[in-house]
Ligand binder design. Sequence first.
Ligand code: SF4
Length: 315
Amino acid sequence: MDKKIPIAISACLLGQEVRFDGGHKNDAYINGTLSEYFSFLPLCPEVGIGLSIPRPPIRLVQHAQGIRLVGVKDPSIDVTEAMQAYSARVVEELTEVRGVILKKGSPSCGMERVKLYAPDGRSIDKTSGLFAAALRERHPLLPIEEEGRLGDPGLRENFITRVFVYHAWRELNRQGLSAGRLIDFHSDHKYLIMAHNQAAYRSMGKMLANAGKEDIAALALEYEQALMHALAKPAKRQQHVNVLQHLLGYLRQQLDSEDKAEMLEIIEQYRQGIVPLIVPITLLKHHFRRHPHDYIDRQVYLSPHPHELMLRNLL
Ligand code: SF4
């Protein structure tokens, strides 16, 4: 790629020694594989509010007045307002990033399932870190994920797909939107959307039916919301099968009965979990190379991210 996609990230995941104990949580997959495609903007909210390295650990405590970010051993250390002020300022500046990777479990960075304590020290619930909560509130459509969840192949593929789509969408907006460009973008992403959410696929088509007659800025906002919500969950196996069958339909006239039977057999093997998604996709691409089809050749579904990431190679 000539230009890497900008991603904000918890600094400790890049190996920066910013944790409370002076250590880091270097993540080899992020620092190695993903760094080929993403440029990282490291952030450490706790260092950002002026805490030292090392520092006394802090945690989230539920008080009658709300959740406080306080010292584990010394509850008189209270950095709630400082963290809220830092978060409000920094999330406002994150308009150019196309995704965020956060450190799980942190009372500042953790996206979800961060321990919430009672004042007496009992663990009573799970919540979000204060910085992560502010980030999600300000940028609800921005792809955000935790490094722990990136270990799950489905969540990893979904996050990276969303980053690439969001990046393409923001670039389109930067270049200038028109009704025609919006419709082109939607056409390119149709089967990707269908794989994630059939209902959204149908409603987004209707949304764009009068694209030339509506206010383009308002329509773009509505479209962006629908797009990112549609992609929010990983596509299920049966949804991929459905899309693969649709795509195969475009080759009805071109393939002989043997090729068709082979293609159907491979799709069935994928449905049964015998082969990974990359297998039917590769065979389909092979057929479309021999029988080019303008509408299918442009489908992002066939290559939503670089094949070197091998995100569709696992069962
Ligand atoms: S989890 Fe967040 S606040 Fe904690 S060390 Fe890492 S970057 Fe800093």
